[in-house]
Design a protein around this ligand. Structure first.
Ligand SMILES: Cc1cc2nc3c(=O)[nH]c(=O)nc-3n(C[C@H](O)[C@H](O)[C@H](O)COP(=O)(O)OP(=O)(O)OC[C@H]3O[C@@H](n4cnc5c(N)ncnc54)[C@H](O)[C@@H]3O)c2cc1C
Length: 338
């Protein structure tokens, strides 16, 4: 296992914060995982695993071992009369994997195109976009269980998936995901449940739409809406959309008739971006960090700043939204600090 000392993580997080890892361990093979843990335990040092760094706020230099997930490989694992089962290793780039499945003629993941990061991190927050969540298409995953020191397979039903939530959020650091399998329907149908996609394909018969067309459209919409992290540091949505009861929603709606919200089972999902925008933060700049001018849900790093600066801006936004609407915003990315 290759280990770099005092390695900069600037290229390993999409905010581009320039912090360093005491020991950066490259996880290129399965055996590197137990090796990393053994080293950390025997030297009594902390450890964590990162993927593409697209859902992280690095708020200080990281002590101990930081494992960079780089396991590679993707294949058609098996098939049934109705489904393809495809598998990708945890270090594969998520978007490239989605593109690969489409190129193989296997639709089902196209709504999740252009989400940055790795395949292994996708189940951690149950990535979701454009009317699809990972939980709807995942079959199972393999992970190293740090409690039993063994590789285990977890089926989708064992992962406690919910909106931006999974069992991996409940017990951080218990499992290190090594590969994920997806169940893609042979009788593919377009998923146009998201209003913007439905509108874009309104003129076409569902049977004449291909997964490639949806993939291309999702990429086009996303590129117009979200800043490219290579140009402007960000982690996509910075806050979860708050989920409230019908009673809370009705009270807010009576007070703020323009409130933007979507039904979510028997509750309501409030558009966090709208709440932040109403508080006047869109395009706001504070030192080296700020709020994206086109989408208030996205916090950005203009360069030369720190994770601490970003967290202080996040706190300012949370306080103003709480004061104005009585709604508590929770932070989506994982905060790593010493
Ligand atoms: C421009 C932009 C747009 C985005 N859009 C979306 C979106 O539409 N929907 C959405 O859901 N997310 C979105 N995100 C967030 C992010 O892309 C996803 O959460 C992604 O899955 C994170 O992957 P990563 O490899 O970068 O994980 P990292 O940021 O490296 O890690 C995130 C967490 O996962 C853990 N982790 C990473 N790899 C493993 C592993 N193999 N095993 C166990 N734990 C692991 C880390 O310890 C950390 O806690 C967006 C981000 C950006 C920058």
């Amino acid at each position: 296992m290759k280990i770099e000392l005092h390695a900069t993580l600037r290229e390993c997080n999409t905010f581009g914060f320039d912090v360093s890892a005491d020991h950066l361990a490259y996880l290129d093979q399965m055996v590197d995982i137990p090796l990393l843990l053994e080293k950390a335990h025997s030297e009594s040092r902390p450890w964590r695993v990162i993927g593409g760094g697209s859902n992280l706020v690095l708020a200080s230099d990281l002590p101990g071992y930081t494992g960079l997930m780089r396991l590679k490989g993707r294949s058609l694992h098996s098939q049934t009369s109705t489904h393809w089962i495809v598998e990708a290793m945890a270090g594969e780039n998520w978007h490239d994997f989605v593109a690969w499945t489409i190129a193989q003629g296997m639709g089902g993941l196209e709504n999740l195109a252009l989400i940055p990061g790795t395949v292994g991190a996708a189940p951690i927050q149950n990535i979701g976009a454009y009317g699809l969540e990972l939980a709807q298409v995942m079959d199972s995953l393999e992970a190293f269980d740090t409690q039993t020191n063994a590789f285990v397979r977890l089926n989708v039903s064992e992962c406690n998936f919910a909106y931006r939530h999974s069992i991996f959020k409940e017990a951080p650091q218990r499992w290190i995901v090594t590969s994920v399998r997806f169940k893609l329907p042979k009788n593919w149908q377009p998923n146009l449940s998201y209003a913007e996609l439905a509108k874009a394909f309104a003129e076409k018969e569902a049977s004449s739409i291909s997964s490639q067309e949806i993939f291309d459209k999702v990429c086009e919409i996303r590129s117009n809406k979200l800043p490219d992290p290579r140009v402007l540091g960000n982690s996509g949505s910075f806050f979860h959309n708050p989920v409230v009861s019908d009673k809370e929603y009705q009270t807010l709606k009576a007070k703020f008739p323009d409130l933007v919200a979507y039904p979510s089972q028997d509750r309501w999902k409030l558009a966090a971006g709208w709440l932040i925008d109403q508080c006047g933060f869109k395009g706001y700049k504070k030192g080296h960090v700020g709020v994206y001018e086109k989408q208030a849900l996205v916090l950005v790093h203009h360069g030369g700043g720190t994770g601490q600066e970003l967290l202080s801006l996040a706190q300012e936004i949370q306080e103003k939204v709480l004061h104005t609407f009585g709604v508590q915003l929770s932070i989506e990315p994982v905060i790593l600090r010493s």
